[in-house]
Design a protein around this ligand. Sequence first.
Ligand code: GLU
Length: 305
Amino acid sequence: MPTTQETAKTGYVGRFAPSPTGPLHFGSLVAALASYLDARANNGQWLVRMEDVDETRCDASYADEILATLDAFGLDWDGEVIVQSRRKARYQEVLATLEAAGQTYNCECSRKEIADSAVMGIDGPVYPGTCRHKNLPAHGAAIRFASPTGSVEFEDRLQGKQMQSVERAVGDFVIRRRDGLTAYQLAVVVDDFDSGITDVVRGADLLDSTARQIALQRALAYPTPRYLHFPVASNNDVEKLSKQTLAAPVAAGDRIGVLRRALHFLRQPEVHSAANCQQLLAAAAANWRPEAIPQTRSLTVPDEA
Ligand code: GLU
């Protein structure tokens, strides 16, 4: 673990941000491991944030289980765990800033209305801006962020140069849902800023969200962190391993073996001898070669992972 002085020198602050919708599975362990190793290899801090902003899908018992699993694997985080469901007032404050700056509007379109009138984008129908100039009351409405014109460009540390016109690929997107819940895109931007995150290391299933997050950062005059999107773990049917596909939880059993498989998945040098998870992680951090991770959006894992 780096000393506070070392961290202060590098300034690196990374994070792992699981959604507690199920126990940790192989794919989320890879996410924890990659972000952990990148932070430790840079003498940085590694924070954990529970992304339970969508309370309809999350469960506190899964949050506890995820933390216990990280602990059992020797993935020790720095500081207090950040919990999104306790930060609603903060999200509301930032939302009010965007509203006051005229960068949002209320929207009462139903999913069906949008689907009927929209062209398909990267993440479902592109919102056609129906309510943009209607000046609708807030009650019962969702709040959308008015996407900037022009492209958002950024350099991903692994996937290279990325360019996306949020306006064309997504349209004006929801930052507060009709049911009052803050949308993931806004919560993540506020949390990363408030935690002083310098480096986001996460799965490539979120690569397409990054331009939206950068657009929000710019609107709020927040700095943009560096990004590294590694391939997500898929099973042999090329389906992302997720809680929905009921991928097996990694909590029990041969933890060193699971960590070795996760390192192999990330094409990291093999660690030859390790008596426990901590030793294996220390050696893996010393050997960390992010440039060796395949530059793809998904990678197959053998069934037994
Ligand atoms: N909570 C998201 C997930 O579990 C990750 C969000 C992020 O890393 O920005 O997929």
